[in-house]
Design a binder for this molecule. Structure first.
Ligand code: UDX
Length: 457
């Protein structure tokens, strides 16, 4: 097929598509990117990057002569034989992945037929490859083959994850198709897992579900630590030294968010249910993640009693640092919950402009952390942006009506903050009230009716 000569096609220029396109160009390939969003394509053609991803702008700029953007399938398909699909598969109301955009792509490709390989990078339910092939054959597109090549890109580290991955997974029915796709990764030094299409699809779901399980597990350990005076940070360190466990994804906090984990865990649960299997463990993983956000509110109530007419400052809104992504961010639930308790909420995030924001109705988004903390009765660190570690906390203390700080990511130096006069509390650290009545949260009583048991200090 001569992929070295014919450019690679990438359909969908969101995070995954754009990063993949830039990285393939960096590896020396010519790439044609298609998106149905005309504004986005026009912006990219003019060198304007619509998303924030460290290093992406430079990579696109450095490889500009190998990259082209279009909205025309005719244009894309006349140039490319290998087509990577990187369109959104958001959750549908039933919890299943919404594959309407994938179906649209398949329809466009089927209509034009030809001798091609459709390579699925989007996360799709196990079995999708079979359905797509069926759709293609039903429409007479016999020359279009299918390969599953799931992505494992973390936002904020996506370029590194693409160019230095832990593994490349390629699921193909025809080994020759797999060979062709594997050849495109020449220059990437990583083990390649060659397998069937459904196995490749499952590797993606199982990986994300396992990582989410690790997070919910350590969050539950954190909650138990609070009751017994242990410190989850050292527990995680001690556990992580066991090479069978490993040190990663054992950071306790207010739970996982983002565009992948919540959606993929839900979709895997749904997929199992659709085939008659009740995936018990994933139910717990999801529930723990939901309750973990409410736990932070319960901590405030434990210290302050009612939150009615109190002012709470949120530090960080994105689902994690180094991204501008607010999808499934804990801050959204937290802000709504706090307002539901009658509190006024101010917030600051380095990537969210000051003013009102549709995702945060009623919340004042401030232009600086100091502004968000001014006159606040409590502050919650929601996203561990490095700049919060460098804040002049002594000055912040003076700004606050009450120097109560709940560190939802265990990211700050609790001892230093306590020495600076803060009432500091992490999650699962030894600085909270031991044996406090937070069971209302862990037992699923979302009213969070907690006692006002005093702290140890
Ligand atoms: C994730 C996967 O890592 C990636 O392989 C996949 O393809 C897409 O989903 P991403 O969503 O960008 O990537 O973020 P990640 O860094 O994995 O973090 C996910 C969430 O888990 C964040 O909200 C983060 O704050 C949280 N997290 C992560 C924890 O709470 N504790 C941890 O120890 C690690």
């Amino acid at each position: 097929m001569g992929e070295r000569q014919s450019p690679i096609g990438v359909i969908g220029v969101g995070y995954v598509g754009l990063v993949s396109a830039a990285c393939f160009a960096h590896l020396g390939h010519s790439v044609v990117c298609l998106d149905v969003d005309e504004e986005r394509v026009a912006a990219l053609s003019a060198g304007v990057i619509p998303i924030y991803e460290p290093g992406l702008e430079k990579l696109l700029e450095d490889n500009r002569e190998r990259l082209r953007f279009t909205t025309s399938y005719g244009d894309l398909l006349s140039a490319c034989r290998v087509l990577f699909v990187a369109v959104d598969t958001p959750p549908s109301p039933s919890g299943d992945a919404d594959l309407s955009r994938v179906r649209q792509v398949v329809g466009e490709v089927a209509e034009r037929g030809g001798d091609r390989i459709l390579v699925m990078k989007s996360t799709v339910p196990v079995g999708t490859g079979g359905h797509v092939l069926h759709q293609l054959r039903a429409r007479g597109a016999d020359g279009v083959h299918y390969v599953s090549n799931p992505e494992f890109l973390r936002e904020g580290a996506a370029i590194q994850d693409f160019l230095e991955p832990d593994r490349v997974v390629i699921g193909a029915t025809d080994p020759e198709d797999g060979d062709r796709i594997e050849a495109l990764y020449r220059g990437v030094d990583a083990p390649v897992v060659r397998t069937s299409v459904p196995t490749a699809e499952m590797i993606k779901y199982a990986s994300n579900a396992f990582l989410a399980t690790k997070i919910s597990f350590i969050n539950e350990i954190a909650n138990v630590c609070e009751g017994v005076g242990a410190d989850v940070r050292t527990v995680a360190e001690g556990m992580g030294l066991d090479h069978r466990i490993g040190p990663h994804f054992l950071q306790a906090g207010i739970g996982y968010g983002g565009s992948c984990f919540p959606k993929d865990v839900q979709a895997l649960k749904q997929l199992a249910g659709n085939s008659g299997y009740h995936f018990q463990l994933l139910n717990a993983v999801i529930e723990v993640n939901q309750l973990q956000k409410r736990r932070v509110v319960a901590k405030l109530k434990q210290r302050l009693g009612s939150l009615h007419e109190l002012r709470v400052g949120l530090l960080g809104l994105t689902f994690k640092p180094n991204t501008d992504d607010l999808r499934e961010a804990a801050s959204i639930v937290l802000a709504a919950r706090l307002q539901g308790e009658g509190a006024t909420v101010g917030a600051y995030d380095p990537m969210v402009p000051a003013g009102a924001h549709p995702q945060f109705p009623g919340v004042t988004i401030c232009g600086s952390p100091e502004e968000a903390l001014r006159d606040a009765d409590a502050a919650i660190l929601v996203t561990e942006w490095p700049e919060f570690q460098r804040l002049d906390w002594a000055a912040c203390r003076e700004l606050m009506a009450r120097p109560l700080l709940v560190d939802g990511r265990n990211a700050l130096d609790g001892e230093a903050l306590a020495a600076a006069g803060f009432e500091y509390e992490g999650l699962g650290t030894a600085d909270g009230p031991v044996g406090g009545d937070l069971e209302s949260v862990s037992s699923g009583r979302p009213d969070g009716a907690a006692s006002s048991a005093g702290g140890r200090r």
